[in-house]
Design a protein around this ligand. Structure first.
Ligand code: ZN
Length: 412
């Protein structure tokens, strides 16, 4: 999906704005003598931008319009050091809502729906994005924010919410709670819109079956508007993204080379019309691929595959690169284990070890299960991990993202 003429024109508009603002990115382009591009080849020579650059521009170094045009900021929390601040103009805020409303529509959600929003409100882009999209669509937003499961379930019953917006972990927690309390017949949910963290088919099926709803993956990141730049359709073959707002490339994370459609690599995003903080060739570190061809749903919007993981999720152990997705792939082939797991890597007696905790029920022979799972994982990753079965419900479930990989090798 090479950049087209219209998109090149839009990128040039953003380059001009950055140069004029003489801000962080404007100076970077000026230093390299970049004044504009003419061909897709020129575009592919533009420098990448990285989260660290955004941090270095803290607090408002990304601002590309006069301050009176900024109506809001959002921030993504860095795990270390400075957060990233993204300024938005009125048009940016509207454009984001338009994209988000498009996502709801793609999921078959209408003005008649009641949308219960559990992601957080505030500096983070999540809650407010779900809200603005719902209002733009004309649906009724039930702005809960995270936590307080008791109240969530009460409102879900009383307000007869038809759509739940949540992280996959929180959707699972709610689904399990609804089942435990036997209140499924009091719940009116028909669809779920789930934030873009990586989650497997097994978890998807569990949530979908327990709640009897259809699930949609929504994609986006704070640096690029927020959630809402893409979502899957009912064909369930990847996520459509809005190429009138963003241009997506897939690159080889090691070499930076642009990969052909269909090949897996890192998602790189260019904002085409963003005013407050345009980004050119922003490296997301999310792993996916562009799905070639037109979707059978008939939508003209291109597609990326479900997010497979993060380039920085990669675990290096015994000289092998392992992605959590590879282990998840094996785990989901066992019916007797749940969708939850935890990978712990530690350094014991001069040796790196990988332990994988899985959940199962009491009537399964733990030792036998452990042996069978370990053997199958070995054939996938090349070495044998220690597989530790535990009772269902023992592994942590989070309202935010569940951290399934813990590396204890480099701790004191
Ligand atoms: Zn489609």
């Amino acid at each position: 999906m090479r950049i087209n003429e219209k998109q090149i024109e839009q990128v040039n508009g953003r380059i001009q704005a950055l140069l004029k603002a003489d801000n962080f990115y404007g100076r970077r382009l000026a230093e390299r003598g970049i004044k504009g591009i003419e061909t897709p080849e020129d575009f592919e020579k533009l420098p990448f931008s990285e989260k660290d650059d955004l941090r270095n521009a803290y607090p408002l170094g990304l601002m590309t319009v006069p301050e009176e045009e900024i109506v809001r900021i959002h921030s993504s929390s860095g795990t270390t050091g400075l957060p990233v601040i993204i300024p938005y103009t009125r048009k940016d805020v509207e454009d984001w809502a338009i994209q988000f409303a498009r996502c709801y529509e793609m999921a078959g959600i209408t003005a008649k729906d009641r949308i219960q929003i559990t992601p957080g409100y505030g500096l983070w882009t999540a809650g407010i994005g779900f809200q603005a999209g719902a209002e733009r669509l004309g649906a009724m937003a039930v702005p809960m924010g995270p936590g307080n499961t008791e109240k969530q379930l009460k409102m879900m019953e009383d307000m007869k919410s038809t759509v739940i917006c949540a992280t996959s972990s929180y959707a699972l927690l709610l689904a399990e709670e609804i089942e435990k309390r036997g209140i499924r017949d009091k719940i009116h949910l028909r669809k779920g819109v789930i934030g873009s963290e990586r989650w497997g088919d097994k978890m998807r099926n569990t949530i979908s079956e327990k709640l009897g709803i259809e699930l949609y993956d929504i994609y986006g990141l704070t640096e690029i508007y927020g959630p809402g730049i893409g979502i899957n359709c009912d064909e369930n073959s990847g996520m459509h993204y809005w190429d009138d707002y963003v241009y997506i490339e897939i690159i080889d994370p090691a070499t930076g080379q642009v990969l052909p459609d269909g090949e897996e690599g890192e998602i790189v995003i260019t904002t085409l019309v963003k005013e407050g903080a345009p980004l050119i060739r922003y490296r997301t570190h999310d792993l996916s691929r562009i799905i070639p061809g037109r979707c059978s749903c008939g939508s003209p919007y291109p597609r990326i595959d479900r997010i497979k993981g993060r380039t920085d999720d990669m675990m290096k152990i015994h000289g092998v690169n392992v992605f959590p997705a590879q282990i998840e792939e094996v785990l989901k082939s066992f019916d007797e284990i749940s969708s939850e797991y935890q990978i712990r890597m530690s350094h014991l007696e001069g040796k790196d070890t990988m332990r994988i905790y899985v959940e199962t029920t009491g009537d399964v022979d733990f030792a036998d299960l452990s042996r069978r799972v370990a053997a199958k994982i070995k054939s996938a990753i090349g070495f044998t991990p220690l597989v530790k079965p535990v009772e269902v419900g023992l592994l942590p479930r989070n309202e935010k993202k569940t951290n399934r990989v813990i590396d204890e090798r480099y701790e004191d």
